[in-house]
Write a protein that binds this ligand. Structure first.
Ligand code: UDX
Length: 437
């Protein structure tokens, strides 16, 4: 069986690397020539644990990469589309990239006898597959779904920083579309790949699409909920959000994951998917007060860090602040929708000197703030002469910090948004989100 994966971002490249490492014949396609050359040279285009190892193994076995989409369509049995569907400024998703790929696939399908199964892994809002993408494919190929080609939706749930583990061992496979032979083929492919250990949900297009948005919006809801709880705890002396969250998480109806309070959620998925579902609800005439509140809570959480900082330092003018962690989560160099960026923007309006540290994401953040802030490769350099350090991302490096690491600070203030150091006896003014003082 020949497999093509169109779009080599987090989802596509991880999938290609895992399938290739398991000896599946895989062709990875991307339209960015620089990315293709990098991958061919066994370099990874972004930081993701374990990806390099799997990619190297896959390329030695059965993975090739190129920009030849037409060849992929002519020669493949399964074509997974994993291009990005980013947000427009109004929150709506931008279908430009996926429409472009679907159009090219359609044009090639018209010229070939091959009858591949086309699978949309990219996140798309309900009804997009059936009312936007499929009609495009049928128009350009002059063939019909189920006869000249197969067409299914298969949303992806992997997390950045754990992309390989999640691809090796997903918690669910969701397949949407017509229950025909193509559906049987894809279902069989996944049950062989995951040795029947992963549940497979087979449904129609719209349900499959909505499952992805419901999933991410619910995760966002849990985070906004626990962040509000953290803000309540902070007002109650000696109360600790982690103790409360751990206890409620034992209730199986609640579950213990995604209850870590912090500066708010970021990344390329949760904010985008929440916005898109709100926008979609509006469009179909349903004002979603609940999801709007989840979003507002998240926006306010970033501002809360600024208020806390003002309560610690008073006037912020000419103070030096150290930001520890700029990636949106640990084990990633991704800064998309990172709360650290929002915070730095807020701080810059107050004429503050900012020094940023991050184990992996400094190069990315330099592209945004250039010489407006300073960047340090070591934590001690970043803390030098600082008036307050703010832990934003829960990198392990920050969990190991001890008294001696803070000795170069001008004022020993630490604002820990993730409570990484709450149990350590630190000789400094320690303020943590979710812990009442
Ligand atoms: C998310 C979903 O988890 C994944 O299923 C989907 O396919 C893509 O979006 P990802 O964006 O990689 O994955 O990150 P995730 O681990 O979900 O974290 C998102 C944000 O929420 C991060 O900013 C993280 O710091 C924050 N978060 C997460 C919390 O603040 N508290 C938590 O308890 C969990």
């Amino acid at each position: 069986m020949k497999i093509s994966i169109i779009g080599l971002g987090f989802v596509g490249l991880s999938f290609a690397a895992v399938l290739g490492s398991k000896n599946f014949s895989v062709l990875g396609i991307d339209n960015d020539p620089k990315k293709i050359i990098k991958i061919q040279n066994n370099e990874i285009p972004f930081y993701e644990p374990k990806l390099k190892k799997f990619l190297n193994s896959a390329q030695k076995k059965s993975l090739t990469v190129s920009d030849d989409l037409e060849f992929a369509v002519r020669s493949s049995d399964l074509i997974f589309i994993t291009v990005s569907t980013p947000s427009l400024t109004n929150g709506e998703i931008n279908l430009k990239f996926i429409k472009n790929v679907i159009t090219k696939i359609g044009k090639t399908l018209k010229k070939t006898k091959n009858k591949p199964l086309i699978i949309v892994k990219s996140t798309v809002i309900p009804e997009t597959s059936e009312t936007v993408l499929l009609p495009l494919l049928e128009k350009f190929s002059q063939k019909s779904n189920g006869k000249g080609f197969g067409f299914l939706t298969n949303p992806e749930f992997l997390r950045e920083g754990r992309a390989i583990d999640d691809t090796l061992n997903p918690h669910i496979i969701v397949l949407g579309g017509k229950k025909n032979n193509y559906m049987k083929k894809l279902s069989k492919f996944y049950s062989i790949l995951y040795k029947k250990t992963t549940p497979i949900i087979i449904t129609n297009y719209s349900n499959a699409e909505l499952i992805k948005y419901a999933n991410n919006s619910f995760l966002a809801t849990k985070i906004s909920f626990v962040n509000q709880l953290a803000n309540i705890c902070q007002k109650i002396p000696n109360s600790d959000v982690d103790i409360v969250a751990t206890a409620i998480g034992i209730d199986p109806r609640i579950g213990n994951q995604f209850l870590n309070a912090g500066p708010g959620f970021g990344g390329s998925c949760l904010p985008k998917d929440l916005n898109a579902l709100i926008n979609f609800s509006d469009k179909i005439g349903y004002k979603n007060t609940f999801l709007n509140a989840v979003k507002t809570t998240n926006v306010q959480q970033a501002k809360k860090i600024l208020y806390l900082l003002e309560s610690i330092l008073g006037n912020l003018k000419n103070k030096k602040i150290t930001i520890l962690g700029v990636s949106f989560k640990e084990n990633s160099d991704d800064i998309r929708e990172s709360v650290s960026i929002k915070l730095i923007r807020l701080l810059l309006q107050k004429n503050i000197k900012i020094s940023a540290h991050d184990p992996k994401a400094l190069l990315n953040i330099k592209k945004i703030f250039k010489d407006k802030i300073t960047y340090s490769n070591t934590i001690s350099e970043s803390l030098h002469h600082s008036d307050c350090a703010i832990i934003m991302t829960p990198w392990n490096e920050y969990r190991d910090l001890k008294n001696s690491d803070f000795k170069g600070m001008r004022k020993k203030n630490l604002l820990d948004t993730r409570r990484l150091l709450s149990t350590k006896k630190l000789k400094l003014n320690y303020i943590a989100i979710g812990i009442g003082s």
